[in-house]
Structure formats: C-alpha cells, structure tokens
Design a protein around this ligand. Sequence first.
Ligand code: NAP
Length: 313
Amino acid sequence: MMKDKIVIITGANSGIGKAAALKFATEGYRVIMACRNLKISTAVQHDIMETTKNTNVDLMELDVSSFDSIRTFCAAFKAKYPRLDILIHNAAYLNHGEKEYKLSPEHIELSFATNTFGPFFMTRLLADHLAKSPDPRVLHACTTNIKNFFDPKRKIEFDNLRGEYKGKRAYSTYKMYGDSKMALLMLTFKLAEEYKHLGIKVNAIQINRVKLSKETIEKMHSFWKVFAHFQNLTNPLPAGMADNYFHICTSDTFKDTTGQLINHKKEIVKPSISEKGFVQLKNIFGSTTYPKYAINPQNVEQIWKLSITLTEN
Ligand SMILES: NC(=O)c1ccc[n+]([C@@H]2O[C@H](COP(=O)([O-])OP(=O)(O)OC[C@H]3O[C@@H](n4cnc5c(N)ncnc54)[C@H](OP(=O)(O)O)[C@@H]3O)[C@@H](O)[C@H]2O)c1
C-alpha cells in the first residue's frame, strides 16, 4: 500500500543502501535513490520496481563528495517533491588498501568530503523541505571504526583535511575513514540540537559488519579482495542492517529520539566513562560505548565551525 512518505537514500545502488531501498519500496514508500553511477543504478532501480511492484522508485544523480553536485541534486529534488520525510546518508568512501591521499572537487580530503561535509551540506540544504514533514528523520551511517582502540589519544587531523600534508604525512585510509565518521557522529549531536525547533530528528547508526557487495570488493586492492571474500563468509547480509535503518526512521520507538548513536541491536550507544584497562577492552570489543572524544565540546565546535566555513564558501 502507498504510504505517501518520501525517503532519500544516498548510495542506494549497492550493499546496505540497495537493501534499504528495497525495504522502503516494499513497504510502499516513495524512494529516491541518490546515486552517482546512473548506469549501474538504473538496473538496480528497475529490479527494485519489478520485485516490489512499487513504481515510485526514483533515481536522481548525486555525487556526495561534490558540493556542486549536492546543490544540483537538492534543487532538482525540491522542484520535484513537496517535502522530505526521511533522509538517509548511507553513501561512503572507503577504498580498502588505498595508499593515496585523495581530494574532492572542492579540494577536501575525499573521506571527509564524502562521509562528513557532503552529508552535512545536504542536510542543511534540505532542512526546509524536511521541516514540512510531520515526522522528519535524518540517519547517518556510522561505524565501529570510530573507536580509538588502543590509542585513547587518537584525534581528527584537523590540520590535514584540505591537502595540507598530502604526500608528506603518512596516510591511512582506515584512520581517515574512521575519523570522518567520528566527525559525522559529532555533527549528529550538533545537528540534532540545531534542528530541534523544526522537529527534525537526527540520529546515527553504528554499523559493525555487513557482507560487502561484489562491486565493492572489485574496487579493492589485491590482498584486500581476498580478505574481504574471507570475511564475507561470516558477515551478515545487508538486509538486516537495512531493517535497522527502516526501524530507526519509521517506528514509534524512535519517534522522539534525536542526537543519538544507535547500535545494530537497536540500543542507544553511550560515551565511554573510562578509556583505560579492562573498561577499554570492553569498549573495544563491545558495541555499547563510543569514545568520549565525540562529546568533547571543543572538538564538536571545531568540526561544526569547519563544516560551516567549508560549505558556505
Ligand atoms: N559493510 C560494512 O561492514 C560496514 C561497516 C561499517 C559501516 N558501514 C557503512 O555502511 C554504509 C554502507 O556501506 P556498504 O557496505 O553497503 O557499502 P557499499 O556496498 O560499498 O556501498 C557504498 C555506496 O556508496 C556509494 N558512494 C560512494 N561514494 C559516493 C559518492 N561520492 N557519491 C554518491 N555515492 C557514493 C557507492 O556508489 P558507487 O557504486 O558509485 O561506488 C555505493 O552505492 C557506509 O556508510 C559504510 O561506511 C558499512
């Protein structure tokens, strides 16, 4: 049955995003797949419409790493749809084994451009359309890689997000990815506060592990391809995580929840109380805490100000 609720899912052509598009379409939502590769995504769109018999599955071009593309996408979306009910920032950049520090079209480190500033900018541009919904919800796809593991001093390289040390400082695609998602979590807290008066709820989901798609594995460097195939043997299917996206964005349980990180068991994740000894081991292997770094007001303010500066230029 048609729900007349409108949901945008970024990166909906593969993995969890594709499974989420299928889930929302099955449940009768109007789904906008926001994807950068239209050729691959058109085939997925047609598959979803055929499987679900829901003809309201739209495909619109979006490269989340490019502010120009975000501007074009948001203008086209607003011209076409009267409001937005659910916005799911699922797309992300992580190229396993990548050794090169890469920049976005606006000269921002690619993980941060795609995973942090792009989603921030898109939410800001769509906030007025979200505010027209009776129950607007935004969801950020986060990761357990934000943990500081055995380095409680781990911090975001604020001085190296615009190519400052490109080719000069050691680059780890995993650290940059984890840090960009840490920044996204900090923006979750701040955006939730910022949009409370508009009724827009902003939360993040902590994704632990999910089977990777063939296409994603194909993009990896050689060793990582083998490793990913091996890991995939035990990783759960994306459909389970897509159900979590759906639950957080539609259920009464989370209707009034905002500014929270929610884990794969649908529990609220809390900041760690200590990052030493046995407690830290529990932080590393458990799924109920995130590093205190995320709620440090100075850190939150720094990423907030930088997000505004970069996207207002
Ligand atoms: N799978 C896991 O174990 C796991 C664990 C923790 C967190 N996560 C998070 O879960 C989310 C989904 O992951 P997944 O495993 O389903 O990944 P995936 O299958 O690799 O899908 C990623 C999607 O993002 C899209 N994308 C990447 N860069 C983009 C850009 N600049 N503009 C638009 N779309 C872009 C990709 O499009 P193309 O096809 O065009 O590349 C693809 O559709 C991500 O946010 C990821 O960080 C996943």
